[in-house]
Design a protein around this ligand. Sequence first.
Ligand code: PLP
Length: 409
Amino acid sequence: MITSVLNTAELRKDFPLLEQSVNGKKLVYLDNAATTQKPKEVLEALNTYYEEYNSNVHRGVHLLSQKATDAYEAARTNVAAFINAKHSHEVIFTRGTTEGINLISNTFGRMFLQKGDSILITAMEHHSNIVPWQMICEERGATLKVLPIDDDGVLKMEELPALLDDKTKLFAFTYVSNSLGTVNDVHEIIAQAHGKNIPVLVDAAQAVQHMKVDVQHLDADFLVFSGHKIYGPTGIGVLYGKEQWLNVLPPWQGGGDMIKTVSFEKTVYNELPYKYEAGTPDVSGAIGLSAAITYLNGIGLEAIEESEHELIQYALEKLTAIEGLTFIGKAKDRAGAISFLLNGIHPFDVGELLDKQGIAVRTGHHCTQPLMDIFNIPGTVRASFAFYNTREDVDLLVAGVRKAAQMLS
Ligand code: PLP
């Protein structure tokens, strides 16, 4: 099927997994916010690494190690260009978004959080942008504050100025909500925080795959995302940090590679980015992520954004026509996910019936339990989209939801 901007039918052929049937039905994969499928380019890059130059990095003088090191560092440069970082050493490879946030909560928290200080988050954060801050606040005697949302699932920006007070040491917030699909006004948030000299951490786990993210244009102090949500492998992620912050903060984990010299009396830490990459890194993961980014660059993030926007509008329109369906999250500016409930039916039951029809959606709290508590619901049914989804996928989802409604009501 051809949308106005992308030839989705052609692009889908790059994703072998999408070709299969599930429960005897054509697979309709709408769980992309949890993890995306991988194009052949990524699978081939992983295979080539393991078949041709698998070796440890930064250590060997032998040819294979040099090749692996070159590919690993080229991946860093590719990621840096993708998010427009000023320096490639501002890109730290992590295990994913969660690890990136833990790295900053541990280092920044221990260095700057004092008793009585606070960290600000929002009501729509994923557990990974709540719990690490709770842990460090508890340890340091600090408070975790929350910017609330309205009934549509949009941040109450009018409450932000008062929350950005002189006790607030950092504002950590998501770019796009994984549960509601809300796209936050990140430029405005960062301008307000910086107006009060408060640094920000942007959770871009649900943003980088849907829109162009430029860390310099945003003026983000820290930004994190996961490889597996942007068509790359699991186990690899990115922490971007401004050079001046990463130079000031202490290392987090200790071990090989993050050192210049070690004696029993004293260790001299390595320079950026190695200071934050203790131990053997996920070499193949970085190479796979880089292949995913090159693949996405070939399509163009602008075209992806436009195509997905069109598809989401189509899905909203079609789902609205289903009697008894209520959307959870009604922001105008949205990307990725659509959450809904059906006639008071438990989301798990809807999800199970959809699975029987070959339709993969997510049901539950989506690692945002406090957000579900605000809406006073146990969870939602979430359909989340990638550029390889088509109008046909949406039509099958809508037919599936109608069938589930009939059977369960
Ligand atoms: N932040 C957001 C907004 C997410 O959607 C997710 C995953 O769903 C995460 C953080 C955690 O990502 P990971 O499990 O890859 O570390």
